[in-house]
Design a protein around this ligand. Structure first.
Ligand SMILES: *Cc1c(COP(=O)(O)O)cnc(C)c1O
Length: 430
């Protein structure tokens, strides 16, 4: 048997002609559980986490998985058992972490629009830190904490305004977006927060964007953060932890992001050089922990030749995997049986599209595939921001999800039923 791992996916490999995830043949899983189907590799997630842990060996760090990337309970449970905390963005995510056995003290709560009810819920759960994103939010959080007779631990999310020209893909750490407090307002905002009785300043944080594939923006952000820490501490306010956010990219299409350990070796060298290497650090990785651990399996329903385009119509759609429709994102699509073995169909260039009634419903464009109806395909890099962004559009039920551990596939989400999708709806009486 020859085993050929897919580039960037060490735990997904053709063994001879059949595509495996760890020790499970994906076509067997598709047959047993149906399609569309999400399948995740536990080893991939643990490897991705281990790269961060190696990078921070000997340092004080809390890794908070940014769970919006993939919030399935069993995924949260896996990371909680490894000692991870969680970066949450809603009260719903807080309840998920608690349901999965996560430690509330290791939760940080990000997001520009926290409601009073969510603040109350998080204070009652005893979360570790609120990452506050605006001056008005500071006042509201102070009020809510005083009503409960507690102090809210806070860090302020600063917007480091990392140069957009050299790094145009960074979308959340720039002037002119909704996230964080402007660099120039930071010290004044800390002074205001430190004076409020319902708040306790514990840290500072930033998050400069997502799918970042170079070290330079992080190095720039570290420098700007340290300038701010220096200025805030000079104003008499102690900063206990520094949170660098998430955003490290993955290989979707030959992308070459730095490995997490190599990146952090570089960043920690910069922190050491400036005398901050022994601080308490936090990071909030999402995509880089789970993105390349997952695939979405789908079956070819029809091949439809066209005058300008050939269409490969599959049973997964934009409601299952919205990133292509939302961001024109690229996901590699590969057959579960290597083309040589499949026989029959000749390779052609297809747009791979789903059954949803929208022209935006595509999973891949201009892909060379040798397919016929009944063949099965895997959409790669589907572990992050795929299932989690799914919907029931067209009354399509959510796919089942499996977590593979070696030769065992655990069902971590049963396929939704149509009855589930309208359980909370009511007809009008009379
Ligand atoms: C989404 C998000 C993250 C994670 O980003 P990734 O690109 O998935 O690593 C981290 N922190 C905050 C505040 C976020 O909104």
């Amino acid at each position: 048997m020859t085993s050929t791992p897919l580039p960037g996916h060490p735990h997904i490999a053709y063994r001879d002609d059949a595509l495996f995830i760890e020790d499970c043949a994906l076509s067997d899983l598709a047959r047993q559980h149906g399609t569309p189907l999400y399948v995740y590799s536990k080893a991939s997630m643990l490897d991705a986490l281990a790269a961060y842990q190696r990078g921070f060996a000997g340092r004080k760090v809390q890794i908070c998985y940014a769970m919006k990337a993939n919030s399935s309970l069993a995924v949260l449970q896996l990371f909680a058992r490894q000692g991870c905390g969680f970066d949450i963005v809603s009260g719903g995510e807080l309840q998920r972490v608690l349901a999965a056995g996560g430690d509330p003290r290791k939760i940080i709560f990000s997001g520009v629009g926290k409601t009073r009810a969510e603040m109350r819920q998080a204070l009652q759960a005893g979360i570790g830190c609120f990452n506050v994103e605006s001056e008005p939010e500071i006042d509201v959080l102070n009020e809510v904490a005083l009503e409960l007779g507690v102090q809210a631990p806070i860090s302020i999310r600063v917007n480091p305004n990392v140069d957009p020209k050299t790094h145009p893909y960074i979308s959340t750490g720039l002037k002119g977006n909704k996230f964080g407090v402007a660099h120039e307002r930071t010290v004044a905002t800390y002074q205001r927060a430190a004076a409020l009785p319902g708040l306790r300043v514990v840290g500072i944080d930033c998050h400069i964007g997502s799918q970042i594939t170079e070290a330079t923006p992080y190095l720039d952000a570290v420098d700007r953060m340290l300038d701010l820490v220096q200025a805030i501490e000079a104003a008499g306010i102690a900063i206990h932890h520094i949170d660098f956010g998430g955003g490290l990219g993955i290989d979707y299409n030959g992308d070459t992001p730095p490995a997490a350990d190599a990146l952090w070796a570089q960043l920690l060298a910069r922190l050491d050089a400036r005398g901050y290497g022994d601080r308490q650090f936090m990071i909030e990785p999402g995509r880089s922990l789970v993105g390349n651990a997952g695939v979405c399996l789908t079956e070819v329903l029809y091949v439809k030749p066209g005058e300008q385009k050939n269409f490969c119509i599959v049973d997964a759609a934009m409601n299952d995997l919205p990133r292509p429709a939302m961001y024109q994102a690229f996901h590699a699509i590969v057959p579960l049986q290597a083309p040589a073995a499949a026989g029959g169909a000749a390779a052609q260039v297809y747009d791979v599209v789903g059954p949803v009634c929208e022209s935006g419903d595509w999973l891949g464009r201009d892909r060379e595939l040798a397919v016929q109806p009944g063949d099965q395909l895997a959409v790669l890099s589907a572990g992050a921001y795929c299932s989690a962004m799914g919907s029931n559009y067209n009354t399509r039920t959510r796919p089942a999800e499996l977590l593979v551990d070696g030769g065992t596939a655990h069902v971590i989400r049963a396929r939704e039923t149509v009855a589930d999708t309208f359980r909370s709806e009511r007809l009008v009486a009379g």
